[in-house]
Write a new protein. Structure first.
Lengths: 314, 314
């Protein structure tokens, strides 16, 4: 049966690749990408939403393909001047990228929601598929580290290049956060939910720690499938494996499945890996290494095939 | 007698030229430049202080010499992107210039005064002479126009290129504004005050409409000399003559002298013009056309000579 609406939960670069894949094979009415905002922060007086921007630039086709984030061929004139004026410039703001933050900050200060601002920006970037922040409330991922104690996400991830040892993670504000009407609508009409191959602890957990999100997912008797962020015991990019080791969690797809628990009823592991020894969940082997645009569309197509052939257990 | 401290009151480009001249001939302890902030405004969520920046970039030696404002060799990458994203880009923000506004906005939002922010910025721009905003309170020059009714300054001046007909000017907040301790200190030790060849109605009036400023000037029994903004019945740049005509004021240096009234005891008119027929004020003919850096220093030197040879009437 052809899919009516798919909700994709994602964080940054890895999730953006799968979002790009789905964008190629689904019409706008069929897809909503719900994005982590636990990484959002204030910097230079500007509101910066790194994951939303990565998804937006990727779906707009303007992303810097080498980094996986930021805008291609961007320059750093403003940043260079900020540095000359004594600023700490560990967050690499591009000039073209800055326009996004300037508009977002102004519109938020004028009282618009992050959802409205995101709709304005995606529209002007020519994106027809819906990108939504996970919530319009503030949620902040806080990293408890051995070396520096409590750190906000961006100082941990960018300034310290995820080198500090993670002892625990908390998602400040998540318990109180509400889902926007737009996210609730998308979940209500979804006949499938996919959790992208993003870092479960850093990128997906902030989304799932919103109580209304967990409730909405559990209420949907539809395929709820996560894509493994691990291949051969390694993350393609970023600190997923490193964090799992630091939290004394075996670096295996089985651990990921256990982490998501009853929010999932399906899981895609990489075809290079052995099948996880897990009961009570459907397992699918696919090529999850999205090296090229073809691989992204291909993985999305494979997921769509899984969803369209899904039959309830009799 | 050598001057101890000179306070120069200025607005934008014309005032910046004279400030540059004084910078060349006075050591930092001898000069404070007090700058109009009636033009300041919020744009794209940023606090922009056009006159402060023009003075700062001029004294830092980085000003765009063709325009008289902005930073030389600046680019407009961010502005181009803001335009692509649907923004109205009538205010020409350069990339290097943006760094100033970003830092200022952030520091103001952190609770610093505009005086503190200005000191931070001038220090990082390598400026040793003191530049002070006229007040840390908000004052806004409001232009009553025939065509568009009440306009804020920048829409009038930049967006509409000062073409609307001026019927009246008000300086919102000036009556309530206080002088900062730094401005009061400078005025208290000043043994001369010079009003630059800036537009009296747009650039100088916002300063003089602060009651404490008028009181402080009248309390100083020192040379208080204005430099004419008119040569041959024309302003060098900008709408001084046009506004005078619209307000039905004769476009003559005598009108300028009358406008400043008892705040002045001296006036420099241009040597190309006839001596104004004005009593009760000392008049000096000088070359006020500051075409080159030499002319700027030269006019400053002429003013210094007038001040140093000033003797109280017996």
């Amino acid at each position: 049966m052809a899919i009516k609406h798919l909700v994709l939960l994602v964080g940054g670069v890895g999730g953006a690749k799968l979002a790009y894949g789905f964008q190629q094979i689904l019409v706008p009415e069929q897809l909503t990408v719900v994005v982590n905002t636990g990484d959002d922060f204030w910097h230079y007086g500007l509101r910066i939403c790194p994951d939303l921007d990565t998804i937006m630039y990727t779906l707009a086709g303007v992303v810097d393909r080498k980094n996986g984030w930021g805008i291609q061929h961007d320059t750093h004139r403003v940043l260079g001047m900020l540095q000359q004026l004594g600023e700490n410039t560990w967050f690499r703001l591009g000039d073209l990228d800055l326009a996004t933050h300037i508009i977002r900050t102004r519109q938020l200060q004028e009282g618009q929601t992050l959802t409205q601002v995101t709709q304005f920006l995606t529209q002007h970037y020519g994106i027809s598929h819906q990108i939504l922040p996970m919530t319009d409330d503030n949620v902040s991922t806080i990293v408890q580290t051995r070396e520096h104690g409590e750190m906000e996400f961006q100082p941990y991830f960018v300034e310290h290049r995820w080198q500090p040892t993670v002892e625990a993670l908390t998602y400040r504000g998540a318990e109180q956060a509400r889902l926007s009407p737009a996210v609730l609508d998308a979940l209500n009409v979804a006949d499938a939910v996919v959790i992208g191959p993003s870092n479960p602890w850093l990128s997906i957990s902030p989304i799932l720690n919103i109580p209304a999100m967990r409730a909405a997912l559990r209420a949907r008797n539809v395929p709820r499938i996560a894509v493994t962020p691990l291949i051969g015991g390694q993350a393609i990019k970023g600190p997923t494996a490193k964090i799992m080791r630091e939290l004394a969690i075996p670096v295996t797809p089985a651990s990921i499945i256990q982490f998501y628990g009853d929010l999932l009823n399906g899981f895609v592991y990489d075809r290079r890996d052995r099948k996880p020894s897990v009961e009570a969940i459907r397992l699918f082997a696919e090529d999850t290494l999205m090296l090229s645009d073809y691989h992204k569309s291909n993985l999305a197509r494979a997921l769509l095939s899984i969803i369209e052939n899904w039959t309830e257990p009799s």
